[in-house]
Ligand binder design. Structure first.
Ligand code: CO8
Length: 259
């Protein structure tokens, strides 16, 4: 993978994708969004990669959408830019493979929104989160008004968005925005450890569970339960189910095939 603003590394079956525009604190411009979109397509098709860690180079995860690019936009261009970002983030959210955000620094505006479309957020103790848009005279445009309230509840989402305040990693953990806070130097190692834990389970089951959770949260509980029931049934058509249950009964570790 050869990109101007992204770095991709593979450690075994784990793909580590970093946003690499440190001079602008990894701010998302049209080019970065385009590269992210392409990289996600490549990773989703890569049979060697089963889980993704998304992080940033330097002192930011992503400090937001690129303010210099947005400043002179008219309404039509802004909507187009928002649409691009929304589509890329949705693609990440709907990837079959799990995605862990390893938030290494500023995750502001579009950066907080990017972390929220990932499945799990690990934060370094140096990470800072926020939706500063109202301070710039705009509102979040990459689904911050939608995903933040789903993650932390409406009251906290409104407080963060209305005040545009930045919060540190511990506060983000306290309100449920991140799953865990780890020392900065251990962040990638901890993300890899978590990825390996997930990889030791049946990957089809993990993907079905991701699908059921994602689709279920967006619908009523009856429909959500029907989605779960169907995917639960589908598990019983897989070798992983035979292997997982067989291994339990034979008192051995399951040997799942990654596919
Ligand atoms: N866009 C463009 N450049 C940025 C951004 C950004 N979001 N953030 C930082 N930079 C640049 C700075 O301009 C600076 O560049 P230069 O060295 O050329 O002057 C460089 O990165 C370093 O930044 P600072 O000197 O400001 O570093 P500090 O350590 O002093 O401050 C902060 C770090 C607190 C992160 C500060 O840079 C900051 O407040 N950044 C902006 C954060 C922000 O407001 N983000 C939200 C942007 S809006 C958004 O994300 C909306 C998403 C939806 C868009 C929908 C489409 C229309």
């Amino acid at each position: 993978m050869n990109f101007e603003n992204l770095v991709f590394k593979q450690e075994g079956n784990i793909g580590i994708l970093s946003i690499n525009r440190p001079k602008a604190l990894n701010a998302l411009n049209t080019q970065v969004l385009k590269e992210l979109d392409e990289a996600i397509d490549i990773i989703e098709k890569n049979d060697e990669v089963h889980i993704v860690v998304l992080t940033g180079e330097g002192r930011a995860f992503v400090a937001g959408a690129d303010i210099a690019e947005m400043k002179s936009m008219g309404s039509k261009e802004a909507r187009e830019f928002a649409k691009n970002g929304l589509e890329v983030f949705r693609k990440i959210e709907l990837m079959e493979k799990p995605v862990i955000a390893a938030v290494n620094g500023f995750a502001l505006g579009g950066g907080c929104e990017l972390s929220m479309c990932c499945d799990i957020r690990l934060a370094s103790d140096k990470a800072k989160f926020g939706q500063p848009e109202t301070g710039l005279g705009i509102i979040p445009g990459f689904a911050g008004t939608q995903r933040l309230s789903r993650l932390v509840g409406m009251g906290r989402a409104k407080e963060l968005i209305f005040t545009a305040d930045m919060i540190d990693a511990d506060e983000a953990y306290r309100i449920g925005l991140v799953n865990k806070v780890v020392p900065q130097d251990d962040l990638i190692e901890e993300a890899i450890k978590l990825a390996k834990n997930i990889l030791s389970k049946g990957q089809l089951a993990v993907r079905f569970a991701k699908n059921a959770i994602n689709r279920g949260i967006e619908t009523d509980i009856e429909t959500g339960m029907a989605i779960e029931r169907d995917l639960f049934g589908l598990c019983f058509t897989t070798e992983d189910q035979k292997e997982g249950m067989g291994a339990f009964l034979e008192k051995r570790k399951p040997n799942y095939k990654l596919r």
